[in-house]
Design a protein around this ligand. Structure first.
Ligand SMILES: *Cc1c(COP(=O)(O)O)cnc(C)c1O
Length: 398
């Protein structure tokens, strides 16, 4: 393959662009994970992750992709045959459901339209019907990465409380953590699942569980088989910053650097505001092109990615290939039943206004080359939104 000059635009909704600083932080000799130096690293990243999840409880870190942390959440807290209520927000919710079935759980998937978040009222109604309190867990995906739709987690919590139901509440934040406001303790979540390669700006390879006292208590009697994923061994070793088996040491160097950037230098609230701003600019571009955002409800628009519907008769993947070949721009593909029908623009992680405008320019030119009928006004609309926000006074807030 001939060399392609300049930086590749990796604008899929994860893995995201890894900042140079994080890459450099990873590029150090691996140390003895049982030696005296390691404990300080372990303690710093575990403490930092508690601040990201907004929890005073335990956070555990696995050397695994997000899928591993999905399994850990279910395997630690539940027993074979337990009833679990899940909500079909899209591809990732459906995959988590499939996993729950494979693990021997009696998992029910509330049907969704792949354009909306989990419906708190539907969840409340099903919990009220469960007079014998046999449902052991409610699981939702905070940011459904296949559709660009956010579930209102605090409202789902209120629905569980309104039904006075004791089920555990589990939330997948793999593509929202450190990009979209999230509060494990305040929202009464029992297990939150996270991953490294999206908002945390790291390569793939780490994943997380944030664990409430209620979930930890449930794990003491839960009967699903588990060994590698067992919270007990992790928490015991983590006390001093160590791990029960070899951790992904170099990724933890990267995590330490990313946490300093997110928590100390930019601040989580500014990070969230930046993602909101880039998402709004993207939606303005999409509408200016004359195309439609997949998410139906403005209160559920994702700050970290936007899924765009292709006009009938135009294949989203053909356009994506043209954008890649012509402009070295990778966009997210439509997953399972959205294949060919949508493309997804990732605007999360280490990202700024001009990176977004480059991405949108690549989309606009690519759509034109693919023969998709659009108005060539999307980049203009995004600039008209972004530039005034940078004027004096607002600069600090932005
Ligand atoms: C990416 C993603 C996953 C899958 O994580 P892997 O790291 O690929 O195992 C699960 N859920 C959501 C919401 C995701 O965005």
């Amino acid at each position: 393959m001939p060399r392609v000059a300049g930086r590749h635009f990796l604008q899929i909704p994860g893995p995201t662009n890894v900042p140079e600083r994080v890459l450099r932080a990873i590029d150090f000799p691996t140390i003895d994970h049982r030696g005296p130096e390691f404990g300080a690293l372990g303690r710093e990243v575990l403490e930092g992750m508690k601040r990201v999840f907004k929890t005073a409880g335990h956070v555990v870190i696995y050397p695994a992709s997000g899928t591993g942390a999905w399994e850990a959440a279910l395997a630690n807290a539940l027993s074979p045959g337990d009833r679990v209520l899940m909500y079909e927000t899209g591809h990732f919710a459906a995959l988590w459901h499939k996993m729950a079935r494979r693990l021997g759980l009696q998992a029910e998937l509330i049907a969704g339209d792949w354009r909306s978040g989990a419906d708190p009222q539907a969840i409340e109604a099903l919990l009220r019907e469960d007079g014998e309190r046999r449902i052991r867990a409610v699981c939702v995906v905070h940011n459904e990465t296949s559709t660009g739709v956010v579930t209102r987690v605090a409202e789902v919590r209120r629905a569980i409380d309104a039904a006075a139901h004791p089920a555990l509440f589990m939330v997948d934040t793999i593509s929202s953590l450190a990009s979209i406001d999230y509060r494990h303790d305040e929202w009464g979540v029992d297990v939150t699942v996270g991953g490294s390669q999206k908002g945390l700006m790291l390569p793939p390879g780490l994943s997380f569980n944030a664990i409430s006292a209620k979930a930890l208590a449930a794990s003491k009697t839960a009967k699903l088989p588990r060994s590698f994923w067992d919270w007990t061994d992790m928490i015991a070793s983590n006390k001093d910053g160590y791990f029960p088996y070899t951790p992904a040491t170099n990724l933890l160097y990267g995590l330490r650097e990313a946490l300093r950037m997110l928590l100390e230098e930019e601040g989580l609230e500014s990070v969230f505001a930046r993602h909101q701003r880039h998402a709004e600019a993207t939606r303005r571009a999409v509408r200016a092109w004359g195309l439609e955002v997949l998410a139906r409800n403005p209160a559920e628009y994702s700050p970290s990615l936007t899924a765009v519907l292709m006009p009938a008769g135009h294949d989203a993947d053909r356009f994506r290939n043209i954008a890649l070949e012509s402009f070295d721009l990778s966009l997210g593909t439509g997953l399972s039943k959205l294949a060919g029908k949508v493309f997804r623009i990732g605007h999360l992680g280490d990202f700024n206004d001009l990176m977004l405008l480059g991405t949108l320019a690549g989309c606009e030119m690519g759509l034109e080359l693919a023969g998709v009928p659009i108005r060539k006004e999307g980049v203009r609309a995004a600039m008209d939104y972004l530039a005034p926000l940078r004027s004096a006074g607002k600069r600090a807030a932005a």
